[in-house]
Design a protein around this ligand. Structure first.
Ligand code: NAD
Length: 472
């Protein structure tokens, strides 16, 4: 078998891998992109970000229709045609992955579908449908991502016990759904199923959902869950699960107290596991942490001089946009540029109702690290736009360095917070001060004004809230 020769081989075609392949091609490199599945786009496009957002949009329609009764417009109860909903979701995924395939072609990136296996530090063997293909490369970028964690005790081999992958297929709408884990996935998919009509019980091992988010920003989401889930149990663990006819028998341990219940389906959302096994990396000098994620430095270099790793497989926060950023860094380092993952702001968005988004330093983090900050908040109950959307439950807050007045962090909870947070990320990246934001004219009436008013509040003169004096 004659090996193909390339400058860069990228293993994994998700938002890290295809971004790396495209950027390298844009810089004039010869690139091969290897993807084991038929469709490009990775977990994010096929089993994560995109299908979940489509389902959240669909479920928001139900919520909006229901809420509109209080505004004098009443709709009939929704009729959910699941095959049609699934087909619509699928059409989005096909369109997006088709677009990525076309973009690869237009850039001259050779895409090989098959499983990649490292023979050594400079050779990848790909098992394709047509047979084996060896690729000899100068540099490899590993972008093989992660998959939902499924602890052994929960793995009953019963399709009624789902991870996010199966839950996104919405085979049916279970009457009683148990969700284990109150993180991003538990809260987002809990929202989808609750709006579609399931009675959702969510259990979380810690004393709060959405660990990492500031408690005052998480509050409106907790309020949503209290209202729309059947129950939310904190400091609760599932000790045992077993199949019981068409249902799942679940034993809970709630701070010492035991309980047993039956559920129609169970969604396991307790984090994600690394995908680096069974790909021959032991034949290279790449090393791993105890959870199986690849060790990298801030240049995305692994402990093998020819191999880089980006995205989920390189650990850290498991977010698509972090993968895409690391893709650029890896390619630039390979191209000989002085690039590194330093002082980079990675915003986080939880697409619940309302949405929760933050970037940079959080208030809780500042407290834990003993960093002196001034916090300026603007409640959305004072925003004309928030009220006209009938969503006054939001809050915008800025975390500001009291000496330099620089914006160190931004947190937003509220309708469309995910679309608003980028102004905060730009402010932090640009080293903006609260004054820069306060002096920037924001259009009225928009939710973006809440960011400006939070900055004005820092100086004691937000128009729509009363702040008596300049923050000290
Ligand atoms: P997560 O880490 O966000 O949350 C998992 C939660 O499960 C934690 O709160 C943890 O305390 C809890 N938990 C763990 N074991 C438990 C147990 N035995 N019983 C009860 N609770 C338990 O993980 P996730 O929600 O599975 O999401 C996985 C990753 O996917 C996240 O790291 C996130 O970065 C990413 N993701 C991002 C988005 C987004 O950007 N909007 C959406 C979905 C997923």
């Amino acid at each position: 078998m004659e090996p193909l020769k390339t400058e860069i081989v990228v293993v994994g075609g998700g938002p890290g891998g295809y971004a790396a392949a495209f950027y390298a091609a844009d810089l004039g490199r010869k690139v091969i992109l290897v993807e084991k599945e038929k469709r490009l786009g990775g977990a994010c496009l096929n089993r994560g970000c995109i299908p979940s957002k489509a389902l959240l949009y669909a479920s928001h329609t139900i919520a909006t229709a229901r809420q509109s009764a209080s505004r004098g417009i009443t709709f009939a109860e929704p009729v959910i045609d699941l095959p049609k909903l699934r087909a619509w979701k699928e059409s989005i995924l096909q369109r997006l992955s088709g677009g990525i395939t076309q973009l690869a072609k237009a850039r001259g990136v050779q895409v090989i579908h098959g499983r990649g296996y490292f023979e050594d530090s400079r050779t990848l063997r790909v098992e394709t449908e047509q047979g084996q293909q060896l690729i000899s490369y100068e540099n490899a970028i590993v972008a093989v991502g992660s998959r939902p964690a499924l602890p052994k005790a929960f793995d009953l081999g019963n399709p009624r016990v789902m991870t996010s992958t199966e839950a996104l297929e919405i085979e049916d709408i279970p009457e009683n759904l148990l969700i284990i884990g109150g993180g991003y996935i538990g809260m987002e998919l809990g929202t989808v199923y609750a709006e579609m009509g399931s009675k959702v019980v969510l259990v979380e091992a810690m004393d709060s959902i959405l660990a990492g988010a500031d408690p005052d920003l998480a509050r409106p989401i907790i309020n949503y869950a209290k209202k729309n889930f059947r129950e939310m149990r904190l400091k609760t663990k599932v000790s045992k699960m077993s199949t019981c006819g068409k249902q799942i028998k679940v034993e809970f341990d709630m701070a010492g107290e035991k309980k047993e219940e039956l559920y129609d389906r169970v969604l396991i959302a307790v984090g994600r596991s690394a995908n680096a096994g069974d790909m021959g990396l032991e034949n290279t000098k790449v090393s791993f942490d105890e959870r199986g994620f690849i060790h990298v430095n801030d240049k995305q270099q692994t402990t093998d001089p020819y191999i880089y790793a980006i995205g989920d497989i390189a650990g850290g926060v498991l977010l698509a946009h972090k993968a895409s950023k690391e893709a650029r860094i890896a390619v630039e380092v390979i191209a000989g540029e002085d690039s590194a993952f330093q002082d980079i702001t990675i915003p986080a968005v939880v697409f619940t109702q309302p949405e929760l988004a933050w970037c940079g330093l959080t208030e809780a983090e500042a407290k834990a690290k003993g960093i002196a900050v001034q916090v300026s908040k603007f409640p959305w109950a004072a925003s004309g736009r928030a009220l006209s959307f009938d969503h006054p439950e939001g809050l915008t807050k800025l975390i500001i360095d009291p000496d330099t007045e620089r914006v160190l962090g931004v947190g937003i909870v509220g309708y469309g917070a995910g679309e608003l947070i980028s102004e905060g990320a730009l402010a932090i990246e640009m080293g903006a001060t609260a004054k820069d934001i306060a002096l920037t004219v924001h259009p009225h009436p928009t939710l973006s004004e809440t960011i400006m008013e939070a900055a004005e509040g820092f100086y004691g003169h937000a128009t729509h809230t009363l702040v008596r004096k300049k923050a000290q």
